[in-house]
Design a protein around this ligand. Structure first.
Ligand code: BTN
Length: 286
C-alpha cells in the first residue's frame, strides 16, 4: 500500500470544497461501504445533502445486483448524496447516464484511449471495465417541526474507479474483464495521476454540469453516441420483461436503451443488465 500524502490529500479536499458543490466532504481511511455510510448518515439526519464521502479502503464494497465491489487501496471509492424532488424512477432515468458520462469526461484528459460508457453507466478503457456506479435512493424522514420545504429523497451515487489497483491480486473475473487507469496513462502527462487528481477532475466536471445551466437531457443526447460502448453492437440484455437481443441503435429521450431485433422491431429498455455485447473499438475504423 502506498503511504498517503496528507498535503496532497488536504489540497484535494480544499479544492473540492472550494467548488461549493457539497455541504460536507469527508475522506475516510477505511469503511465497510461509502454508500452504506452515507445512506445511514442521511437517514439518521447526521449528514445533509449534497454530501461527499471518500474512502481509501472498503471492507464490504457493494456492487450492483448481488455483486460485491473489490475495494483495494488504489481504487477511488466515493459516494455522493444528491437531493431529489421525487423518488428515483421515471423522472430520474437520465441520472445514471449523466454520472457515467461525467466520469468518462473526467478521465478523458488522463487516458491514452477514449473512455467509453457501457449503458447505463459503467466506464470502460480499452474494452475493459475501469469504473462501476451504484445508485440507490434514500427516503428522508419528514421534519414536522419546520416549514421549510426539504428534499424528501436523496440519491446515493456510489462510484468505484480502478485508478492504480494491483490487478495481479484481483479475483479472476476482474483480472479478465477489468482494467486499471494506470495502464492507460497518456504519454504526454507530466503530473502524477492519483486517486485525488481523478476525484478533483470528476468534481469539476460534475460541478460544471450542474452550474453552467446545461440542459442535461439535451447534453446527454448530444454526447452519448460517441461515448456509447454498445452503439451498433449486438447485445443481450436481461430486463424486467425478459431477455432482449438485438442491435443497439441508441437511447431514447428517457435514456432507455433502444435495441432492434432481426425483425427490425425496436424495444426500449429503461432498466436492465447487459449480459453480453460485442465491444466496439473506439479508435478503430468501424
Ligand atoms: C458495479 O457493480 O459496477 C457498481 C460498483 C459501485 C462501487 C462503488 S465503490 C464506492 C461505493 N461504495 C460501495 O459500496 N459501492 C460503491
Amino acid at each position: 500500500m502506498r503511504p498517503i500524502d496528507s498535503a496532497r490529500r488536504q489540497a484535494a479536499i480544499d479544492e473540492i470544497r472550494s467548488t461549493g458543490s457539497f455541504r460536507s466532504v469527508q475522506w475516510l481511511e477505511a469503511i465497510d461501504s461509502t454508500n452504506r455510510y452515507l445512506a445511514d448518515g442521511i437517514r439518521q439526519m447526521q449528514l445533509d445533502s449534497p454530501a461527499l464521502v471518500v474512502a481509501d479502503l472498503q471492507t464490504a464494497g457493494v456492487g450492483r445486483g448481488s455483486n460485491q465491489w473489490w475495494s483495494p487501496s488504489g481504487c477511488l471509492m466515493f459516494s455522493m448524496a444528491i437531493p431529489l424532488a421525487s423518488p428515483l424512477g421515471h423522472e430520474h432515468t437520465m441520472l445514471p447516464l449523466q454520472v457515467g458520462l461525467a466520469i468518462a469526461q473526467s478521465l478523458e484528459p488522463i487516458a491514452s484511449v477514449r473512455p467509453m460508457v457501457k449503458w447505463p453507466n459503467d466506464v470502460y478503457l480499452g474494452g475493459k471495465k475501469v469504473c462501476g456506479v451504484l445508485i440507490e435512493c434514500v427516503a428522508l424522514p419528514r421534519d414536522a417541526s419546520t416549514s421549510t420545504p426539504q428534499p424528501q429523497w436523496v440519491a446515493i451515487i456510489g462510484v468505484g474507479i480502478n485508478c492504480q489497483v494491483p490487478l495481479e491480486s484481483a479475483p479472476e473475473s476482474i483480472r479478465s474483464r477489468g482494467t486499471s487507469l494506470h495502464q492507460w496513462i497518456r504519454g504526454d502527462r507530466t503530473e502524477q495521476t492519483t486517486t485525488e487528481s481523478v476525484l478533483v477532475n470528476f468534481v469539476h466536471e460534475w460541478h460544471d454540469l450542474h452550474n453552467k445551466q446545461i440542459d442535461a437531457p439535451k447534453w446527454i443526447a448530444q454526447v452519448w453516441p460517441d461515448r456509447s460502448l454498445l452503439h451498433d453492437n449486438w447485445v443481450q440484455i436481461k430486463h424486467p420483461g425478459g431477455i432482449a437481443s438485438g442491435r443497439c441503435i441508441g437511447i431514447d429521450e428517457r435514456g432507455a436503451l433502444l435495441v432492434q431485433n432481426e425483425q427490425l422491431q425496436t424495444s426500449s429498455i429503461l432498466a436492465g443488465e447487459v449480459l453480453s455485447f460485442q465491444a466496439r473499438d473506439p479508435d478503430g475504423l468501424d
